[in-house]
Design a protein around this ligand. Structure first.
Ligand code: SAM
Ligand code: TMP
Length: 413
């Protein structure tokens, strides 16, 4: 049974309906040294749905400084696939939008190591990157990208307007869903945006999460999972509208929203088409989310049974890619190193540490084929092609991959 919560929607202040309770959860990216286990931070990972503005959200989010600081271990440029994604996007945005302006200003919220903005730097276009995590911001600065090492907020918006003027493009990838004060964010965007400017952002898409049971997209950083319906409701409040949208395959299924001041651009038919699909799926009603919670419980049951079965048969199991998403799966399903020997990952900052909460050892991906294992769980299903190509020898030797969604299954069986 669903219950109403004493919590109100972060967007419209309406009473929320509780959907999932994943229990105590550490920060998804807080890979940890053994000596710090006793200091680990946990919070209650619960989700809720707002029946008024249709926003799917976390009930509670840890303080932003705990998540984004000088040790943020996500480096965008580690993926060759994502580098290509951002270069192609740059070319597209330049041709279809920025080229109409003299000396346009582009701003990126959450520019990380500069994976997108380096295209602007190379082409001598005015740009500003906003990045609060100093370790990744410094990498972008070293590429001579203009970076402000700060959180995007109203005060910073006033500073930018005063020193640089209005923005012709405000872009953000995988970050708007991190920012709890969504009203302040949209109000700042509205203030900063040039009359003919565009606010383009992409984030993991709620429709894909629900359809494919990808509950691992739910963790501390993802305070929201958006849909066209919920973004449209927020936009209306700020005299903005969605003028186009694109379904993307990145991060396991994302949506790119193109937003402008109301009436400034023609609205693509795609917007109402995808909105209709969302209504068909039921994203505007609580029932689909309650069904989703049942599916999460089914996943947990199947996953635990599969790993128990393999352990009973003395089969060794490892993981590939210590993603932030894997933290939710491992902690919700209570998978310790009894069932999962280690996780291989290419991020140097994670290697030699332990996974948040369940404390699975993280090893360098360079060791993956040196250490014999029978099964490997592919946590980064969003990089499946890149990883399976790189590690093609794994299955040649008779070992097998385990895919996670919609329900865990052994592939090439
Ligand atoms: N945009 C990159 C990409 O798509 O690969 C990085 C995405 S990463 C998941 C999110 C980034 O947003 C982090 O580098 C984080 O430090 C930054 N971030 C988080 N909250 C922010 C805020 N309020 N303002 C600006 N950046 C923020
Ligand atoms: P993401 O799912 O949030 O993009 O995180 C990807 C994680 O996967 C990150 O920790 C780096 C890791 N990774 C590898 O270990 N090998 C690879 O080939 C790729 C593409 C990613």
């Amino acid at each position: 049974m669903n219950s109403f919560l004493n919590y109100n929607c972060s967007c419209c202040n309406n009473n929320l309906v509780l959907i999932n309770n994943f229990g105590k959860m550490p920060l998804a990216n807080a890979f940890i040294d053994k000596k710090l286990f006793h200091k680990e931070h946990f919070f209650d990972l619960k989700t809720a749905f707002c029946e008024k503005c249709k926003l799917f959200q976390l009930v509670d989010q840890p303080k932003k400084e705990l998540m984004f600081n000088d040790q943020y271990p996500f480096y965008s440029s580690l993926s060759e696939g994502m580098k290509l994604h951002f270069t192609n996007l740059y070319k597209n945005i330049f041709k279809n939008h920025l080229s109409q302006f003299d000396d346009p200003l582009s701003l990126e919220i959450g520019c990380n190591d500069g994976i997108f903005l380096e295209n602007f730097k190379i082409n001598n276009l005015r740009h500003i990157g906003i990045e609060p995590s100093s370790n990744v911001a410094n990498i972008a600065k070293n590429k001579s990208i203009n970076v402000l090492n700060k959180f995007f907020n109203n005060e910073l918006t006033n500073y930018i307007i005063k020193n640089y003027g209005e923005a012709h493009l405000i872009y953000a990838a995988n970050v708007i869903c991190h920012i709890k004060d969504i009203n302040s964010l949209f109000s700042s965007v509205e203030k900063l945006l040039h009359k003919k400017g565009k606010f383009i952002f992409e984030d993991p898409y709620l429709g894909d999460v629900i359809k494919n049971n990808q509950f691992d997209q739910i963790y501390d950083e993802h305070v929201y999972l958006f849909s066209i319906i919920s973004i449209e409701n927020i936009c209306k409040r700020y005299n903005l509208e969605i003028v186009d949208c694109e379904k993307l395959l990145t991060h396991g299924g994302s949506m790119r929203y193109h937003i402008a001041r109301t009436g400034e651009y023609l609205v693509s038919e795609k917007v109402s088409k995808i909105k209709d699909e969302e209504i068909q799926l039921g994203l505007d009603k609580k029932d689909i989310y309650l069904k989703f919670d049942e599916n999460c419980k089914k996943f947990k049951n199947n996953f635990v049974n599969l790993l128990r079965d393999l352990s009973d048969k003395n089969q060794s199991v490892v993981g590939y890619a210590a993603t932030s998403k894997s933290t939710t799966i491992l902690n919700y399903c209570n998978i310790s190193s009894e069932y999962l020997n280690c996780i291989f990952d290419s991020t140097e900052d994670k290697q030699g540490k332990f996974s948040p909460g369940m404390h699975i050892p993280i090893r360098s991906d360079a060791d993956f084929t040196k250490i014999k294992s029978n099964y490997c769980i592919l946590f980064a299903y969003n990089h499946k092609k890149e990883i399976l190509e790189k590690e093609h020898k794994y299955s040649i030797n008779g070992s097998k991959w385990i895919e996670l969604f919609p329900l865990p299954k052994i592939i090439n069986d």
